[in-house]
Design a protein around this ligand. Sequence first.
Ligand code: PLP
Length: 426
Amino acid sequence: MKDPYSWPGQATELVMRDAESALGECSCLPWEWATFGYPGRAPLPVALEALTLAQKINPNNIGDHSLPFRQAGHKQTEHGFDGTQRLEREAIASLVQLAGGDPATTGGYLCEGGTSANLAGLWMGRNYLRAQPGAKRTVIITTRLAHYSILKAADILGFNPNDIIYAPCNRSGGISVCDITELAYRLQSERITGVLFVCTAGSTMMGSVDDVSQVNELRAGLRLAGISTYIHVDAAFGGFVLPFLAKPVRFGFDQGADSVVIDPHKMGGVPFGCGAILYREQYAGPVAVKAPYLNSEQDWTINGSRSGANAVALWAVLEEQGFDQLAKCVQQCIALRDYARELLDQVDHFQVHVGQTNQLCLEITDLSVVERLASRVCNHPYYMHVAPFPRRFDDPNCQEGRALKMILMPHHTKQMVDEFVRQVKL
Ligand SMILES: Cc1ncc(COP(=O)(O)O)c(C=O)c1O
């Protein structure tokens, strides 16, 4: 234990030696192994270079600098960081384009990752719905395949468990819209006046994508029934994958989304600590608060101080890679996914589910093998998790089964897949 009132510190060399030895304990770090359970990749060299350069200056990009707010004459939040604010503005505009939006009317900012970006999106949705004339009760409609950060955000924002309605899924794991219609009309009898739809574009367990345009089509009918709606899309993983597929999948603003989450720190090659929330400009107002010491006098971000260095790293990746190289990388991962799928389809105790991203979901159909499987795949080099997975997509209340998610990242190879298949044949 250190004396809390007197701690002289240590020589830099000793501190760095201890730090290096701690890093040596992180066996995921070299990114050379078959880390199939983990949606991370080695940061791109240009991201590291840009980050290191910017961190020396330690820019603080507090507030929102994106285009619509600049154009509308909102004041700069803080003077002195013009360069990194500009690069964030440019990077956000590129992400907005990936999400099918118009950078002139769709803003956003970088934050720590998907969890805080989802909180930001749900915050906007809740406040917007709450501000509608005659608003009483708002519920969230999502599916069992939504990421757990949605439940965390819902809890923080004061939703009760019975304010979360799970819609069934179709055979591809996407939200089943016709069943939702029935459900939504039932809401009227429960005096529900607002529905916050949470769609997932690249679900964590299987890479499935909810059809946002179909959800969007429900809105007119609900409006007639006196129910206001908001659509939040969690594309934390899919945002850097779906636009780069050979046949790009649309999931965002052009499909009717009001806010979208994309994580550059997953497939984007930017080090961890870099997520993004994007939103139509009208949703900033409902969450804006007075910020007495900022030049802008108001702030609508979840964060206070934010890393300007992350903005530089993301901007550098987008500039250097262009959309073309990012697409090439995604398509290589998809080819490896298809290779793995063919082999794993032959393994008796798996049912292989394929979504639209570079991952597979290996549902374990024979639960007697779970322990033996876990002993082979949960640690080095695979770092997989045996996780709950719905046994039936059409019944949100069905019993849970077990599954492994297998993510094929840029550092994975066919040899790694072959060895994995040998291991899981048992
Ligand atoms: C779909 C989805 N949303 C949100 C998250 C949470 O992201 P983060 O870990 O960056 O907070 C994840 C993480 O894997 C995810 O897959």
